[in-house]
Write a protein that binds this ligand. Structure first.
Ligand code: NAP
Length: 292
């Protein structure tokens, strides 16, 4: 019987836990965790993500601040803003919303963030610690997926996990995390990408299939093993005149035909996306606690 991995339910549970802890810490130490975000330009999707991050901070009783920079901002000016937040005592963690305009070197900006405040977990120090299974900030989307697997008590040890997509923010860290000697983890992992041969056969051998490609409806029922766990990270805006916004959000998995074959599947929307925001908030709480 197929079960839905309900991001709404899991993220609400986690946000409740965080709210209680924030209140407790506020009482005890008289301080409030604070997340800041830098948003460059006004891309619609980025605006939505950042707003949701800020809104959820308020929901759990944390402080949040949004710094908006013009799309034409120089790299130097952005780096100066990062440096300011590095030094700002009242800010426990901050993010630079990606993607950045083409004239700015993303890696350079990420490297400029103080690792102790890098709640997106993209700094090489945090990635290195994650690989070595040391305490670190785990990138929000992979962290969210781990928590989802954990809340549904999905068995992972000895399973074959196939990850489709090798981005630095989702696929690559996900493949490392699923192979770590931990729970969730202990999988035999295959990381696939656009140069992978026989992708269909590889996917068919997955007990756990995690897809982060950005190709709507790419994964079809004939690529999925009976009773597999399927986690869909894809979120692509596709035109849809029936929606107020004029677009719908589509996952990488053809949900209607894949779902009946699965033991568990995450929907889009209502799956991984909500977990990502929650995990960022959780990382901010961790950054705050590290300063106490
Ligand atoms: P990305 O940087 O867009 O890269 C896509 C990856 O998919 C690349 O590694 C690419 O391979 C691979 N790929 C593309 N076509 C393929 C094919 N035909 N066969 C096999 N692999 C293929 O990835 P991303 O930033 O992780 O984003 C992926 C999706 O997840 C997007 O829809 C994005 O919006 C979504 N996302 C969602 C959340 C969330 O919170 N729900 C968070 C982050 C991202 P190559 O490396 O060889 O090019």
């Amino acid at each position: 019987m197929m079960k839905l991995l309900d991001g709404k339910w899991v993220s609400a549970l986690i946000l409740e836990e965080i709210t209680a802890e924030v209140a407790l810490l506020k009482n005890k130490f008289g301080k409030t965790p604070h997340l800041a975000a830098i948003l460059v330009g006004n891309d619609g999707a980025s605006e939505t993500y950042v707003n949701s991050k800020m809104k959820n901070c308020e929901k759990v009783g944390m402080e949040s601040s949004l710094i908006r920079l013009d799309a034409n901002v120089s790299e130097k000016e952005l780096l100066d803003t990062v440096e300011k937040l590095n030094r700002e005592q009242s800010v426990n963690g901050f993010i630079v919303q990606l993607p950045l305009p083409k004239h700015i070197d993303e890696q350079k900006v990420i490297k400029a963030i103080l690792p102790q405040k890098d709640v997106d977990g993209f700094h090489p120090d945090n990635i290195g610690k994650m690989v070595l299974n040391m305490p670190s900030f785990i990138p929000a989307t992979p962290f969210g997926i781990l928590q989802m697997i954990e809340k549904y008590a999905i068995e992972t040890a000895g399973k074959h996990c196939v990850v489709v997509g090798r981005s630095h923010i989702v696929g690559l860290p996900m493949s490392i995390l699923m192979g770590r000697n931990a729970y969730p983890g202990n999988c035999t992992v295959t990381l696939t990408h656009s140069k992978t041969k026989n992708l269909k056969e590889v996917c068919l051998s997955a007990d756990i299939l995690i897809v982060a490609m950005g190709k709507p409806d790419f994964i079809t029922a004939d690529m999925v093993k009976q009773d597999a766990v399927v986690i869909d990270v894809g979120t692509t805006r596709v035109p849809d005149s029936t929606k107020k916004t004029g677009f719908a959000i589509k996952g990488d998995v053809k949900f209607e035909e894949v779902a009946p074959k699965c033991s568990y599947i995450s929907p889009v929307p209502g799956g991984v996306g909500l977990m990502t925001v929650t995990s960022l908030i959780k990382n901010t709480l961790l950054a705050f606690k590290n300063t106490l």
